[in-house]
Design a protein around this ligand. Structure first.
Ligand code: NAD
Length: 297
């Protein structure tokens, strides 16, 4: 199948590579020439704009950072909407259901079907093809891209309603964000009280407090101080704020998640939006005056 792929960043580069390796003809575009070059070297075809991608493929996938960029790439000048061949626009980014529905309506005017298919499972999951893919949109259209989405990860059909996959994804991501923030406060407290962080990991992973933060983020990136989870604090803050907007629009109180958003914002303010999500522990460490690291052997 011919597949366009726009946005070759931490996630997109792996997903596009997997599609190439699965034998699809993949036409790629990114604003970074270097990112295009890397994937073209593996056999993808380079394009010079989203429109050129959409001239060449019936299905165009995107993995882009923010809702506004998705809107621009999908419907702006030289965007996917102007492509001659495109029939389906598959958004693998996390953009929220409001933007998904907006893009759905705008593209529908040109008989292009928007499918939202946000993913979860991190850069490692994207590399291995183990991310959860949460697709929503007209069933027949989703079925047409299901084999390609199964190359990217574990496929879930969430429903017909545009944006349902996005809501699903945000409900997941706030749990991941909350666990990372809460685990940071827990570990800084434990370490300041004299506990060994490796012991904390072992005990918590055999107890009721375990999560992806204790099973993976803390042992693999926080305690070794590599902070290379591959997902930025800025993108997580975007996801948490999208969730808060959706929850408030539905009349759901979200005070705990608002506290999570406040710490993510503090991290972005102090360390920059490009800091790794696991660096959310640093503002807490700074104020507590301790670091969560393995004791020197
Ligand atoms: P990233 O910033 O690493 O990659 C985004 C890519 O889009 C970059 O290569 C950038 O150059 C490109 N880009 C930006 N503007 C563009 C434009 N106008 N036209 C074409 N390309 C453009 O981000 P990422 O971490 O790969 O995340 C992508 C999406 O996936 C985000 O919505 C994010 O929330 C979501 N996501 C990320 C992770 C993760 O662990 N990194 C996990 C699940 C979901």
């Amino acid at each position: 199948m011919d597949i366009g792929f726009i946005g070759l960043g931490n996630m997109g580069a792996h997903m596009a590579r997997r599609l190439v390796e699965a034998g699809h003809k993949v036409i790629v575009y990114d604003v970074r020439q270097e990112a295009i070059g890397n994937i073209a070297a593996l056999g993808a075809v380079a394009a010079r704009s989203p429109k050129e991608v959409a001239d060449a493929a019936e299905t165009v996938m995107v993995s882009l950072p923010t809702p506004d960029i998705v809107l621009k790439v999908a419907t702006g000048p030289d965007g996917v909407i102007e492509g001659k061949r495109v029939r389906r626009f598959v958004d693998l980014s996390t953009t929220g259901s409001v933007m998904a529905q907006r893009v759905f309506k705008l593209l529908a005017e040109k008989n292009i079907v928007q499918i939202d298919a946000p993913v979860s499972g991190g850069v490692r999951g994207a590399a291995k093809g183990t991310v959860a893919v949460m697709a929503s949109g007209p069933r027949a259209e989703v079925e047409a891209v299901e084999p390609a989405l199964k190359v990217i990860g574990k496929f879930f059909y969430i429903g017909e309603k545009s944006g349902a996959g996005q809501t699903m994804k945000l409900c997941n991501n706030v749990l991941s964000a909350a666990a990372t923030v809460a685990t940071s406060e827990s570990f800084v407290t434990g370490v300041k009280a004299g506990l060994d962080p490796r012991t904390m990991v072992d005990v918590i992973n055999a107890s009721s407090g375990r999560s992806t933060a204790t099973e993976q983020k803390f042992p693999e990136t926080v305690i070794p101080r590599t902070f290379n989870q591959g997902f930025t604090a800025g993108l997580m803050l975007k996801d948490v704020n999208l969730f808060i907007s959706e929850a408030k629009a539905l009349g759901v109180p979200v005070e705990a998640i608002e506290a999570v958003a406040a710490l993510l914002k503090l991290t972005c303010d102090e360390l920059g939006s490009d800091s790794d999500i696991t660096e959310v522990i640093k503002p807490i460490e700074k104020r507590a005056g301790v670091e969560v690291r393995a004791p020197k052997a």
